[in-house]
Design a protein around this ligand. Structure first.
Ligand code: PCA
Length: 132
């Protein structure tokens, strides 16, 4: 199994989420050191120490990851990189165990992230949150 961090159209309720069918939601997450831009109807991110990106963590199998690579035009638009993502919230039945007490748990997880392969200039989303 693999962990992926999605920050755009693959999130729950967004345009390409259907391609995540069979994926298990783990938690909300934040990726530090990356900056978000709006391309057209979808976002993209690149490395930038000044910014952060918010998204969702899922557990996926080989087959789903293969579908996502295709949907995201891996090798053409995005490259898939393993990144360290901070876990912000957890689902109660997730494999990431809840610790005692409530509130967000500070924990990190290694996850695949689709990083844009081309320069990003216009359409900065400074908040790091892709919204409809
Ligand atoms: N889909 C992928 C990368 C950008 C996009 O719109 C995602 O949601 O993470």
């Amino acid at each position: 199994m693999h962990t992926v961090f999605v920050y755009g159209t693959l999130k729950r309720g967004f345009r390409l989420h259907d391609h995540m069918e069979g994926a298990r939601f783990l938690a909300e997450g934040v990726l530090h050191g990356h900056r978000m831009h709006k391309i057209t109807w979808y976002p993209a991110i690149c490395a930038d120490p000044e910014y952060r990106v918010y998204g969702e963590l899922f557990e996926v199998d080989d087959a789903i990851l293969e579908v996502l690579d295709e949907v995201e035009d891996r090798g053409i638009l995005y490259e898939r990189h393993l990144k360290t993502v901070d876990v912000l919230s957890l689902n109660h039945s997730g494999s990431i165990e809840m610790s005692e007490g409530s509130g967000p748990i500070s924990e990190q997880i290694q996850a695949f992230v689709y990083i844009y392969m081309h320069p990003l200039e216009d359409g900065l989303i400074a908040s790091g949150r892709f919204e409809k």
